[in-house]
Write a protein that binds this ligand. Structure first.
Ligand SMILES: Cc1cc2nc3c(=O)[nH]c(=O)nc-3n(C[C@H](O)[C@H](O)[C@H](O)COP(=O)(O)O)c2cc1C
Length: 186
């Protein structure tokens, strides 16, 4: 199976998740091409040349990266012709808080409205506090969020909340479904 993995990242955690997913595909004998939505390569890539498309993006102040929104909107028909999934990376996904879960659904609803895309599968992935890459204002804001939510307060280092076993399980589930459904696009 040929997989296209398009991602948006602001501090790098979604890129790490995307690379992990691509590695998981490769380990299972599949080809994965990974493209950052803001790179020039994203304008040239054609999802119709793939069997599956996974889009990954992270939430910042309730929104996903605009380059991802642009890519999905532009390539909607081709993406819908493949097995597809959306990986949403956030800190809200790290906990069980009901308000946070509702917030995630609202972000997703806005993304669907902006792009017109209803992914076959949506998976929420816990991201990271990347304190070492924040500027002063972001570090202060994220430390405040951590304080309110019981997150990590030590700003001298990064704190990764991503559950890698869960992401690997997502890959297994995605492959199982994709291989059992005949492709309709092309
Ligand atoms: C300025 C800022 C705003 C954020 N806003 C949200 C948010 O609204 N909801 C949420 O669940 N996580 C939020 N996060 C957490 C990010 O989604 C999380 O850190 C994720 O790992 C970022 O992925 P990236 O490094 O690929 O950009 C925010 C992070 C930052 C730095």
């Amino acid at each position: 199976m040929r997989l296209l993995l398009i991602y948006g990242t602001t501090e790098g955690q979604t890129e790490k998740v995307a690379r992990f997913v691509a590695d998981q595909f490769a380990q299972r004998g599949h080809q994965a091409q990974i493209v950052n939505a803001i790179d020039e390569a994203a304008a040239a890539v054609d999802p119709r040349e793939f069997d599956a498309v996974i889009v990954a993006a992270s939430i910042h102040a309730g929104r996903y990266q605009s380059a991802v929104i642009h890519f999905v909107t532009k390539n909607l028909i081709a993406i819908n012709g493949c097995s597809n999934a959306f990986l949403s990376v956030s800190l809200a996904a790290a906990g069980e808080d009901e308000d946070d879960r509702q917030g995630l659904e609202q972000c997703l609803a806005a993304f669907t409205q902006q792009t017109g895309w209803i992914p076959q599968r949506v998976h929420h992935v816990a991201g990271a506090f990347r304190y070492t890459s924040y500027d002063f204002l972001k570090r202060w804001a994220m430390k405040y969020i951590a304080y309110r939510k019981g997150g990590p307060a030590d700003t001298s280092r990064d704190h990764e909340l991503t559950d890698w076993a869960d992401v690997a399980q997502f890959v297994s589930d995605f492959l199982r479904d994709a291989q059992s459904v005949p492709q309709t696009g092309g």
